[in-house]
Design a protein around this ligand. Structure first.
Ligand code: AMP
Length: 140
């Protein structure tokens, strides 16, 4: 069965729904659990526009804090909590390969129209991962 799960979280309210499934899968498999949240770099002009000097630094710090809370909830040690900066899909796939994850878990919205054409993180991970992917359908 699975030995090393990577749970990709956008840290939104939907995380509460997802962690029940992640917790269940970890309990069932006895796998090690890793958490990743990706911070997408902001375009340079947003700094001047928002008048905040280091938005990215703040976002990274807030992500570390939020992931630490989630880590407490799910009993995941600090060395298995990952905050990465870059394109979300790429960073999730890179980390999955780096830590030899055998299952990536993420949420999936039912998509239609333009958002389906543009793709989604879940879609990109599903098609790019070298390991199994479990997409948890999020409630509408
Ligand atoms: P989306 O395709 O953006 O609606 O997101 C679907 C799922 O992709 C989320 O439920 C998360 O599991 C994952 N995800 C989206 N954004 C991020 C992010 N910034 N960091 C890590 N995982 C993410």
């Amino acid at each position: 069965m699975y030995k090393n799960i990577l749970f990709a979280t956008d840290l939104s309210q939907e995380t509460e729904y997802l962690i029940k499934k992640v917790h269940g899968m970890r309990g069932y498999t006895g796998a090690k659990l890793n958490l990743i949240h990706v911070v997408e770099p902001l375009p340079g002009y947003s700094y001047a526009y928002l008048g905040i000097e280091d938005i990215e630094g703040q976002l990274i710090q807030e992500s570390h804090d939020a992931l630490a809370k989630l880590g407490e909830q799910l009993n995941v040690p600090a060395d298995a909590q990952w905050v990465e900066v870059g394109p979300t899909k790429t960073k999730i796939l890179q980390l999955a390969a780096k830590i030899n994850a055998d299952l990536v878990m993420c949420g999936s919205h039912g998509r239609h129209g333009l958002s389906l054409l543009l793709g989604s993180t879940a879609n990109s991970v599903l098609h790019g991962a070298k390991c199994d992917v479990l997409m948890v359908r999020l409630p509408e």
